[in-house]
Ligand binder design. Structure first.
Ligand SMILES: Cc1cc2nc3c(=O)[nH]c(=O)nc-3n(C[C@H](O)[C@H](O)[C@H](O)COP(=O)(O)O)c2cc1C
Length: 354
């Protein structure tokens, strides 16, 4: 199950009371990757996205991992810092958002005070970069306390690590900018620090080298992908997760950057975006990747695995309830028999977590 932000955390940014049900409903996914989760109180860019830096947040996540494990699943937490995809009103001290370079994204950010244009961020100093690396390491330790099976470092979709990786957003001329090696350094620092904290076999990484989302661009995504994949291979991380759309309408077509990663990355490779079950089977049979992540099919269909095995279609998406709101569109999508199982007792049996 691909990571999906649902904007239903509590005002304290601890996972909401329905989060254990939502994730336990989907425990038959081979591996659940959670919604993106802040490593610190200055990492947020969206409303009601969870963190994993306070005791309350860690306890909230513990309830999620206990429920998923009781239902027989596995779960890792996706860790992010949003960088320039934020706003002063989203930051605890009201300060300017930070990034690799003072380059604003285009568009608007939805804050607690309504939509506002993305501000121009401030370039991080090197000591500040080191402090954020340590925030990731502490979040990884907290993830272990919360009972997660591992972490996924969010280096995709134009958030802080990606803002360092790709040259459209990184104009630095110091040790963290310029060449591909230097732009990848922040990611690799985070990988090394989290691996030292919890073991490389519990650290996965997600990249999206060609996604234009959040005003991102890169002149040479192939060389960037090859370098990052080589470096992660040397570090023997848990997996590399490449988000890359198929080049045309055929979801089973070869995805060129995923193929580049496969050439040099010998560990577990996950591919994602726009897959149908049939396209995923074709890609796995060819050996293009080891695992396929599904997003929307799991959002709408808690028993997506069982339905696919039975040749049944997933539920239709209700896009208006993807981001934020209440239990609707969150824990009320039906299972294949038409039933909604919206409590842990129904999912696990009465008293399973007592
Ligand atoms: C509601 C929603 C929220 C998402 N949030 C995240 C996120 O927090 N982190 C992330 O890396 N990708 C996020 N994505 C992207 C998904 O992980 C995935 O790449 C995308 O849905 C394409 O896969 P699919 O075609 O199987 O849905 C989100 C997608 C959706 C639909």
């Amino acid at each position: 199950m691909a990571p999906m932000t649902r904007n239903r955390a509590l005002p304290s940014l601890a996972p909401g009371p329905q989060a254990p049900v939502y994730y336990a409903q989907r425990a038959s996914a081979g591996l659940i990757i959670t919604e993106a989760t802040q490593v610190s109180d200055s990492a947020a860019g969206y409303v009601f996205t969870p963190g994993i830096y306070s005791a309350e947040q860690i306890a909230g996540w513990r309830a999620v991992t206990d429920a998923v494990h009781a239902a027989g699943g596995r779960i890792v937490v996706q860790l992010w810092h949003t960088g320039r995809i934020s706003h002063p009103v989203m930051r605890p001290d009201g300060s300017q958002p930070v990034s690799a370079s003072p380059v604003a994204a285009e568009g608007q950010v939805i804050t607690y005070d309504g939509p506002k244009p993305f501000p121009t961020p401030r370039a991080l100093t090197i000591p500040e970069i080191h402090a954020i690396v340590e925030d990731f390491a502490q979040a990884a330790r907290n993830a272990m306390t919360a009972g997660f099976d591992g972490i996924e470092i969010h280096a995709a979709n134009g958030y802080l690590i990606d803002q360092f990786l790709r040259d459209g957003a990184n104009h630095r001329e110091d040790a963290y900018g310029g060449s591909i090696e230097r732009r990848a350094r922040f990611l690799l620092d985070v990988v090394d620090a989290t691996a030292a904290a919890i073991g490389a076999d519990r650290v996965g990484v997600r990249i999206s080298p060609t996604s234009p989302f959040n005003s991102m661009s890169e002149r040479d995504p192939t060389t960037l992908t090859r370098y990052v994949a080589e470096q992660l291979d040397a570090r023997q991380v848990m997996y590399l997760h490449v988000l890359e759309m198929a080049p045309g309408d055929d979801a089973a077509a070869v995805r060129p950057l995923t193929a580049t990663a496969r050439e040099v990355f010998t560990g577990v490779l996950i591919t994602n975006a726009g897959f149908t079950a049939d396209a995923a089977e074709a890609v796995l049979a060819r050996g293009d990747a080891d695992l396929v992540a599904f997003g929307v099919p799991f959002l709408t269909t808690p028993d997506f695995v069982e339905r696919t095995q039975a040749g049944l279609a997933p539920n239709a998406p209700d896009r208006g309830t993807f981001y934020g709101g209440d239990t609707r569109g969150y824990i009320d999508y039906p299972f294949r028999d038409g039933r909604v199982k919206a409590s842990l007792d129904e999912l696990l049996g009465a008293g399973a977590l007592a």
